[in-house]
Design a binder for this molecule. Structure first.
Ligand code: DGJ
Length: 384
């Protein structure tokens, strides 16, 4: 073979070898857009496993934390822990491994293998330099009755995070603006027929707040929000998922201050996600239908502690009544793009939890309201 032909042959075979290698080790393509609801591969070529997630932007990098699910229906339980991915462009994600591993089965730990760990959110505390994770925790083999929030901390964004404690928040404290007369009402759950107007009215007047006063309020679906002044808030479904509670966290973000407020009493909201735009707070939530999708709701307030005003379903068009087959989990402010927010939601696959999909859509504003339109594909330039 002539020298030039030989060189050409060598180059070609090297190229083919690299191609074969990258296929065999599963390198994903480089993404340049979002494709909501489709398989979304990480740098290893594997569908991203970070469900019910939350994002943190730190030192030029986005970190995506979420529930690491496994195959089958049992895959909704925490068998592995909380996963972490990193990205600089929001399209392409590097798998950083498990940020918070579960403890061994039989260890008796709150976060032992087989517990339920949902909707982990991480915020960074400027003063302590700690990465602070709060998540919804259900104790092993107890269904959803524990209704606790749990804390883990780390010195680095990718972990490993150390589990600190789990609790029901706001024990022995009343919400702000809770009338004196409601604190001593004697009516109890057993005296009422659920879902009647009278029952709803009693829920609105603190039926469950009083019931849970001593031991702390229930805390299921949750999110975190850090305001411009550095104050952080823990927002969660409480009172048997009937009412949302908004609680201020201490300056180190490791505890509750005891200042908390009620949002939409008896409104049956889950999946809270919040953002702030032009000095106003906006929240998007879902109704409560288990893993099945339902119509989202939206709210606005001038003060995070309320009052909150309902703005209706933010989704528009086909499948708006099921939020495009998804449920909210987080709202991401896009760095460097004033007023640009991404609605992050989960399309759950309860029969095969690991196959759950991500529905990320741009939040647009129409007549002063946040709205969501379905997009088969879209990119950040939509905000320009
Ligand atoms: C809906 C919640 O939003 C999810 O996080 C999960 O808790 C499911 N319910 C469980 O049915």
């Amino acid at each position: 073979m002539k020298k030039s032909k030989l060189r050409h042959f060598k180059l070609l075979s090297t190229f083919l070898l690299i191609q074969m290698l990258s296929v065999s080790i599963g390198h994903a393509q480089e993404y340049k857009s979002f494709t909501p609801g489709e398989i979304w591969k990480d740098d290893q070529g594997t569908h991203i496993n970070a469900h019910g997630g939350g994002l943190l932007y730190h030192d030029g990098i986005y970190y995506w934390y979420g529930e690491h699910k496994t195959a089958g229906r049992g895959g909704n339980r925490a068998l592995v822990g909380v996963g972490c991915y990193a990205s600089t462009d929001l399209y392409n994600w590097e798998n950083k491994g498990i940020a918070l591993p579960v403890d061994a089965e039989g260890s008796g730990s709150d976060i032992e293998k087989g517990s339920v760990i949902e909707r982990p959110k991480v915020i960074y505390n400027e003063s302590s330099g700690k990465f602070v994770m709060w998540f919804h925790l259900e104790l092993k083999d107890k269904g959803y009755e524990a209704a606790r929030t749990a804390l883990a901390i780390s010195d680095t964004p990718t972990g490993p995070f150390t589990f600190v404690k789990s609790l029901r928040p706001n024990a022995k404290t009343w919400p702000i603006d809770f009338p004196e007369s409601w604190k001593t009402k004697s009516i109890q759950e057993k005296d009422l027929k659920a879902w009647t107007d009278q029952w709803k009215n009693e829920v609105s007047e603190g039926l469950f707040v009083r019931r849970d006063f001593e031991g702390g309020q229930m805390s299921r679906d949750m999110t975190l929000f850090v305001d411009e002044d550095g104050k952080a808030y823990h927002i969660h479904s409480a009172e048997e998922n009937l009412t949302l509670h908004i609680s201020e966290l201490t300056d180190d973000y490791l505890d509750f201050t005891g200042k908390w407020a009620i949002l939409e009493p008896a409104g049956h909201n889950e999946a809270p996600a919040i953002f702030k735009k032009d000095g106003r707070y906006y929240m998007i939530t879902s109704g409560c239908t288990g893993w099945d999708p339902n119509a989202a709701r939206s709210f606005v307030a001038d003060d995070i502690m309320g009052p909150w005003e309902s703005l209706g379903n933010p989704a528009q068009g086909k499948d708006a009544d099921i939020t495009f087959d998804s449920q909210s989990t987080y709202i991401l402010p896009v760095q460097g793009k004033e007023g640009a927010f991404i609605f992050m939601a989960d399309r759950w696959r309860p029969q095969n939890a690991i196959d759950g999909r991500y529905v990320w859509l741009p939040i647009m504003f129409e007549d002063g309201r946040p709205v969501l339109h379905w997009k088969d594909t879209w990119s950040i330039e939509i905000f320009d």
